[in-house]
Design a protein around this ligand. Structure first.
Ligand code: 4NP
Length: 171
């Protein structure tokens, strides 16, 4: 008689911004690092996408890459892609970087509303709901984006551990 295989849930997380070259690739990189540190690589899959097609196929913005690299995060292998309707079926958590992108997502995927959230709502103590678009600003904006994303990433990971992974610490 063979023993049943243990059930290993795979939770899928999609970060979404406008261009998928600044905020959502940064969120993907930060969250992948948090997951690796928690030993949860086998339980959580992460991706990112944009609501626009402006930068499809491009690498993350060099300023985003530079700021992330300073915190030990490599974004260089990511490439921008646009959200497709299939994402709405596939992902358990669809996390918009701001309210404009949440509205756009709701139009693309009305059936997935209950799986869509504002990312910063996982860090309510910050008192802000939108990750500001750093594209037209300077490098300080990218540092601020990283600070916000690191806080919300920690909150999201705790939420997923509690709600989806039975309080597991990996392993
Ligand atoms: P992201 O930033 O949405 O965080 O990737 C932007 C990137 C490009 C543009 C706007 C925002 N753009 O207008 O090209």
């Amino acid at each position: 008689m063979s023993l049943p295989l243990p059930f290993v849930p795979m939770i899928k997380v999609l970060f979404v911004c406008l261009g998928n070259i600044c905020r959502s690739p940064t969120a993907q990189g930060v969250f992948e690092k948090l997951i690796a540190e928690a030993g949860l690589d086998d339980h959580i899959y992460v991706d990112s996408a944009g609501t626009s097609s402006y930068h499809v196929g491009e690498s993350p913005d060099p300023r985003a890459q530079r700021a992330a690299r300073k915190r030990g995060i490599d974004l260089s292998r990511q490439r921008s892609r646009q959200v497709v309707p299939g994402d709405c079926r596939e992902f358990d958590y669809i996390l918009a970087m701001d309210r404009d992108n949440l509205r756009a997502l709701r139009r693309t995927c009305p059936e997935a509303r209950d799986r869509m959230h504002l990312f910063l709502d996982f860090a309510p103590h910050l008192g802000v709901r939108d990750v500001p678009d750093p594209y037209y600003g300077g490098s300080r904006g990218f540092e601020h984006v990283l600070d916000l994303i690191e806080e919300a990433g920690r909150g999201l990971l705790e939420h997923i551990k509690r709600h989806d992974l039975n309080g597991t610490d990996g392993g």
